[in-house]
Design a protein around this ligand. Structure first.
Ligand code: URA
Length: 243
């Protein structure tokens, strides 16, 4: 096997997202042939180099790639662990899914429910979260009252938030999933984005649920339940979605 950058190697090996791996390298937790890695772009040769994370060997091949789709309930943090001991999305998985390097793909707020993927597959995470792929994420939104004329168009065109203008979105009124009264599809993943878009027009989002990522739908999966997806299932969902 040819060389590849250390960052790519570690992400592919399932150690975490690119951001998490960069942070781990900066903290000096990664060594290559016994020497602390200083650059995440350094080339490594998976067959020849001995790469360790916190002193334990990292293997490229022996980890099964796992993708879980979870219907996240309220009140869980979307992270792998919390310094203050609060419950995370990993805490509701059965023991056989511990220690496999699973982490959430992107984020849902503590008070958001719905479709959350958990995986140990770094390249899939990249494909799902990188802005270049503009994956559509659909949310059901419950606000008190209804939007006034012109407000739907203004959200769809883009609103100016404190971190810049939002990209075009699709918004529609719904009545098939009470109490939710709107469905919005966005193609970005900024912090609390949907809540802030509505807040910009003076509406508080009372409930928010993600129901779709690309062509992957939450479907009938009950809150707090999860199911394992095949990587092929995900790949085809993403492929079909491609514009
Ligand atoms: N937008 C939000 O405001 N919150 C989420 O959890 C996801 C998208």
């Amino acid at each position: 096997m040819d060389s590849l950058p250390l960052l790519k190697y570690l992400v592919e090996a399932g150690l975490g997202s690119r951001r998490q791996v960069v942070a781990a390298i900066k903290l000096g937790r990664v060594a290559v042939n016994g020497r602390q890695a200083e650059s995440y772009t350094m080339p490594v040769y998976p067959q020849a180099d001995k790469i360790t994370f916190d002193g334990k060997p990292v293997s490229f091949h022996d980890r099964a790639r796992i993708v879980l789709m979870l219907n996240k309930p309220l009140g869980l943090l979307t992270t792998t662990r919390d310094d203050r001991g609060r419950k995370t999305v990993l805490d509701i998985l059965p023991p056989e899914y511990r220690g496999l390097g699973l982490y959430p793909v992107g984020r849902l707020d503590h008070d958001t429910t719905g479709l959350l993927l958990l995986t140990n597959d770094g390249s899939l995470t990249y494909r799902l979260t990188h802005p270049r792929f503009e994956l559509g994420k659909e949310y059901l939104v419950y606000i008190e009252g209804m939007l006034k004329p012109g407000e739907k168009e203004s959200i769809e065109k883009g609103v100016l938030l404190d971190d810049g203008m939002t990209a075009p979105a699709t918004l529609g009124e719904i009545n098939y999933a009470p109490p939710y009264n709107y469905s919005i599809t966005i193609h970005e993943g900024r912090t609390r984005q949907v809540r802030r878009m509505f807040a910009h027009l003076g509406y508080t989002v009372r409930a928010l649920k993600r129901v779709r990522m690309g062509n992957l739908r939450l479907g009938e999966l009950a809150e707090g339940q999860f199911k394992r997806l095949s990587v092929q299932e995900i790949a085809s969902a993403l492929r079909e979605h491609k514009k």
